[in-house]
Structure formats: structure tokens, C-alpha cells
Design a protein around this ligand. Sequence first.
Ligand SMILES: [Zn+2]
Length: 545
Amino acid sequence: MLFRNPPPLPAAPDQTASSPLGRLLLLIILLSALLAPKGEAADTLIYFGQGGQQTVSGSLHVLENGSGLYLIDVGSFVGGDGPNHPWPEEIPVARIRALFITHIHADHIGRLPLLLHQGYRGPIYLSRVSYELARVTLPANLHLIDLGPERFYYSRNNAGRKRIPVYLEGYDFAERTVKPENRVYFTGHRHRLATQGYYLARPQRQKLETELLARLDEQAIISDPDQPFRVDEFKVRFLTTPHMAGSVMVELQFRGLRILFAGDTGANGSPLLPDNPGFPEPIDLLFLEGTYGRDREFDLAAARTNFRRELAARLAEGYRVVIPAFALDRSQQIIQEIGRAVADGELPPDQVIRVCSPTARELLHRYADFVGREEFAPYFRPEVSKSQFLPPGYLPDCSSNDPDNPLGLQHGEIGVMTSGMADYASARQALLDYLEDPKTLFYFVSYQSPASLGGRLTAGPKPPAELRIGAYRRQVKAKILQTSGFSGHASPREMIEIFTAARPRRIYLVHLDPRNATSLTSRYQRAFQAEIIIPRRNERHQLHP
Ligand SMILES: [Zn+2]
């Protein structure tokens, strides 16, 4: 499976014009050629983007030449960064020749279901680990995707229930499920169903998941790091970067021009992922992220050492430890760090670690499974072991019959909980249950947006005395800590170290927090002696000739 060439472009129609019908056909062809979206001359290469231009989220970069369009990432916007629906009309789906995915964070792959929904049937190039992880995370998030207004129906018999199972028009789930005469139709948005008291019925979800996985299997082309491949006129190569498991940079060569989309670039020294490449050959054009504008006070290794020490000290004092973490990658990296602490004797061998998210648990087992398999070797450090992900005290269970402690997390135990900013799922429940307990430690391990629950707890030098959680209020008696030891993004100083050998002559700053634009421009101009460009959304930049 998974090794195919891009689909051939439709063949040019026969242009013989001897008959009146032939002449009419010729006229139609000429007219449609005039009206068709303008293509580029064969040696011209244009860049434009539809996400990640002066925003951190929504990464969607396009290279255009005479053959068509080549996409690097197809991410979702977050917050007010941009619209996730409709599909941008500047990117006609029929002209897309290939899609390259740097990694599977939602802000890099979240609009893939929309692109497939729009009829894209071309190749999706991604790393082996990205492919395996996407098979778990894409189906798990299908109900959160914005595909625009869709027609749903539910059974009249369920009207008035607190949560009503719904089905999509066009899917007939045997008439016994919802008889046609009992169906109540309405138009809605899939990602808003939950807030309106609906949910996708289980058979409907399964059907959508199966369809999506079949698409992915059909269109995915696995590309391992450092294995060049050809896509039309491009010579392409993936290079690993320690941002998250499976994350890669995409290098494209076009007529002697070497372009690197660095994607999200991690700092060297991760205990899980190999370091960035060395760039023995120069890069002409570098598309670089500008998520962070300032250097870190501690390097990652020192911050992780502190994390382990703090954890061990509090657990020894009988604290219960809650670690809110994103289900994808961050949870697994946290558990690996705890697993290493157990192996090194910093934590007791039977230290209980509960993982309170089904998706995080499933991914944890995938990570453990990758380790030691030869085809996954290029993606992980050789010293990573299975037992780091599944230490002896790991418990896949997070519930109890105690009405005062539904999560069941006891003092002396660690619970890794979704979500990373504690806004929903078990992490939010933990705030409700444990925030007033002085013997609980909440350890935040990622960036916290100021409006999130985690953001409100970690914003000041001291946590607030009280926290509002939806309709509830809780006094903040628990201990609150935060670490930057798990950051997946290199700081500007680290970026300079990573890319100095690449000697880029022009840098396009994308995935950019606009507040960093001025400082990063002057810093990188000095460090790289390069021209710095900050593209706007949909602004066209000629890269070649
Ligand atoms: Zn990312």
C-alpha cells in the first residue's frame, strides 16, 4: 500500500475541428481556457498561504507552478485567527497535486477532513509516525470539525431528551434505527452539536470514522526521513525535528532552488526525539516559525530535572499530583519523563500513574509499540525504551464509586489528565474536585492561554484566591506549578543555532505571533545576514525565477 504517483492531470481534449461539432468543441475549449484560473509559467514558482501568516494557528502553505498547487500542511485556525470553513476559494481543489504534512497537531492537519470533503483525492505525504498517530486522532476529533452547515435528523421518540443522538442526512441506518416517518430534520454545524444538546449517534460516528480511515489509507504515502522522493518537478525530502513524535521539516528542490518548510521546530536535546539535522548543504529559502519571541531562562534539560525533583519531593510529602496535558504527544512525553524518573530511582518503582483520557491511553500504547520496531527507528532516540511509557505503576483507570472523588485519584498518586489548559474533560473535573485540597499539586506543562482555566491559575506570581469554573466557584488551596521543560518549540537563540549552517539567504517568518515580528526580524537579520519577509494571508510571493 501507500506508494503511488500523484493522479494524472486530465488529458487535453482532441482539438481537431473539421466538423461543425468539432468547431463548437474548439470554441468551448478556447473559452474555458480563457476563463480558467490562471496557471503559472513552467519555471515560475509562487508562494502564498491561507493560514499561519501573521498567526500561530491555521498553517496552510501553497507552492504554485505551471503544473498546479502543492500544499504544505492544512491546519485549523484557533480562536479568532481565521475561518475554518469554507475551504479557501484561492485554492481550487482540482488543481492540488500533492499535500505534505509536517506533523499532526490540529493547527497543521485540522482542515484535512474539510479538504477531503471537498473532493481531494490526491496524495497525502506524511511520516510513518504521523500516519499511525493520525489514524487515532483524526477519527477521535471528527465531531469537532467544521464542515459548514449539514443536515441532520433524529427520532421523534427522542425529542425532549437531555442529549439527543443524531444522524446525517444521506446515511440510512436501517429503517429500524429511525423510521423515515419518525425523522425530525434540522440544519446545524457538526462542531456545535454538543452545545445544542445533540451528539452524533454511535453508528453514525463509526461510519464517519471508517470512511475517513479508508480515505487516509487510500491517499496516504508514507515518507521516512532522509529518503528523497520525486513529486512532479520537485525533489522532496523529510527531515526530523524534535517538536513532537513524527514531526518533520519538508525540503523541496525546484530547478536548483532549495526551499525548507521547517514546520514547528523543536529544540535539540529531547530525551525522546532525535536532534535537528545538520544542514551540510545550504538552504536558499527558509520558512521559519515565530511562535516565541524570547529566549528561555532555563534550557529544557534543566527544566525537566527541576520537574522530576519537584514531583519526587511533593509525592514524598503525600501530595496528589494532577498534570493537565494534551492527549496527543504531551501526555506521552510526560509519562516518558516520569518513567525515566522511576527507572533512575528518583520515584519509587511502584509509583502510581493514572492516565485519565482514552485517547491519551491509546496513543501511549502506540508510542510503546513504536519503540524497538525497526521501521520506526529514525523517529526516536535509540535509548528510548517501552517501559518508559508503561512503567510498573501505570494504571489505565480513572474512576471510582466515591461520589466525592469520581476520578479516584488518591494522595501519593499522579494523574495525567486532558486537557492541557484544564478547560474540559478530566483536567477540568480535577479542578472542581481537588482545587480546595491543600495536599494536591496541579502541575501545568504547556503554554496556558490567558483566558483558559490554567491561564487564570498561572498568570500572576501567585495564583488567585478563588477560581470560577463555569457555574462553580472554588477556593484555590492546592499548590500550582508550571514548567516550560516540555516546550516543543525552539527559542530564537536555538533557532539561530539550528539554522546557521543552512545559511538561508531569505527567511519567510510564518506561524508567527505578530507581537514578535519586530524583534525576530532584527535578530534574524543580524544572525543570518538574510532578508526577512513576513507574508500576509493570500499575498503572492515569487520564489523562482
Ligand atoms: Zn505543532
